[in-house]
Design a protein around this ligand. Structure first.
Ligand code: ARG
Length: 398
């Protein structure tokens, strides 16, 4: 590979990406432009900017991507009801393609010939960054210093940082690796690497334990328009404001803790925990509205495709023809998914309490067992005969 001259780095401000700035300058002699996205990780982005410059970056780009991230990426996954292996709402996986998109954009703007990221060689994130970049600009080189450098431990990295006057995070060594955004928080490492060990309370960041949650339930009403959540208790809210409010409410009631052993793309099984109070509330509400508004076969095929959609996101195939085609299908199905869902949060649970929609397919006269019943009962006889016919043929043959 030709030595890169100008590199755009996905910079978080943490130890790894800080050391990467200096390491790339030393080992490749290249210029580093840092890029950080605000996706709701609650960090002082001005501090991040200062730190990147102090560490050696020639320039820093900081973008607030909260609304775009939620609207274009997270809410698409929501409409698809995509949960990886039935549980993980994909916060980290959805975040990588949008970061990659801006890495590529900045590289074009700045005339850079490579991008760099801080992901390791055994995780999913390297794949998501590099496959996204490949899909957007196959001529850009991808550098993953953590895959090639000489440091064998965090201590060695800290030593290198100190030698080069890189500000090392003052917080005492957190035992977990955390990736945080408004959609979900991914937490791994430390004691969590034992799949038998219950996650200690200190592993969770924004959710109360269900035991500590209030004794009285909290009722919420989420409004949807064409599958997109648009309001809370009747108040119209933009995506970031909505997520902030739902994360707070859900967190207070212990909703959205997820503990799983997942299959990584690179073949490893990994125990991770997630916190996604807001996303859990939205998935529950959205699904409930689909139950009301989608006719049976569309609902069914959507269920199958949600598994594939989640895989495409998890596997780094956001910028792919199939994901786009799936979105086209999903958006078509969402045309009538408009209405309101009432939910009850109680001791870690998010329970649907009611749903209504101008497009509701629920027909009281067909459903009722009361006097208003308009269903043609006698038609049931012929229906059973014909529906059972193939099985009757089999039985006679035996
Ligand atoms: N397992 C999750 C995923 O692949 C999260 C990975 C990132 N986690 C982290 N703590 N840095 O999407």
């Amino acid at each position: 590979m030709e030595t890169p001259k100008k590199v755009v780095l996905a910079y978080s401000g943490g130890l790894d990406t800080s050391v990467i700035i200096r390491w790339l300058m030393e080992n490749y002699g290249c210029e580093i432009i840092a890029f950080s996205a605000d996706v709701g990780q609650q960090e002082d982005m001005e501090e991040v900017r200062k730190k990147a410059l102090a560490t050696g970056a020639s320039k820093v780009h900081i973008y607030d991507l909260k609304e775009e991230f939620l609207r274009e990426y997270c809410f698409s996954a929501l409409k698809a009801q995509a949960l990886y292996e039935g549980k993980y709402p994909l916060g980290t996986a959805l975040n990588r393609p949008i970061i990659s998109k801006y890495l590529v954009e900045i590289a074009k703007e700045e005339g850079a010939d490579a991008i760099a990221h801080g992901a390791t060689g055994k995780g999913n994130d390297q794949v998501r960054f590099e496959v996204s970049v490949m899909a957007l600009d196959p001529n850009l080189k991808c550098l993953a210093p953590v895959r090639e450098w000489e440091f064998k431990s965090r201590e060695e990295e800290i030593e290198y940082a100190q030698k080069h006057h890189i500000p090392v995070p003052v917080t005492k060594d957190k035992p977990y690796s955390i990736d945080l955004n408004l959609w979900s928080i991914s937490i791994e490492c430390g004691v969590l690497e034992d799949p038998w060990a219950e996650p200690p309370e200190d592993a969770y960041i924004i959710t109360k334990s269900p035991q500590e949650a209030p004794r009285e339930p909290l009722y919420l009403e989420i409004g949807f328009e064409k599958g997109t959540p648009v309001s809370l208790n009747g108040e119209p809210l933009k995506p970031a404001a909505l997520m902030t409010r739902l994360n707070e409410a859900g967190g207070e009631y212990g909703v959205g803790r997820i503990d799983m052993v997942e299959n990584r793309l690179v073949g490893i099984k990994s125990r991770e925990i997630y916190e996604a109070p807001g996303a859990t509330i939205l998935y529950t509400a959205h699904r409930e509205l689909e139950h009301l508004c989608l006719e049976r076969e569309t609902f069914r095929i959507k269920e199958y495709l949600s598994v594939k959609y989640a895989e495409m996101v998890y596997y780094g195939y956001w910028f792919s023809p199939l994901r786009e085609a799936l979105d086209a299908f999903v958006n078509k199905t969402q045309e009538r998914v408009t209405g309101t869902v009432r939910l009850k949060l109680y001791k870690g649970q998010c329970i649907p309490a009611g749903r209504r929609s101008p497009h509701s397919l629920y027909d009281y006269n067909l459903a009722t067992y009361e006097a208003a019943d308009a269903f043609e009962h006698k038609a049931g006889e012929g229906f059973c005969k014909i529906w059972g016919l193939p099985l009757g043929v089999v039985a006679k043959k035996k």
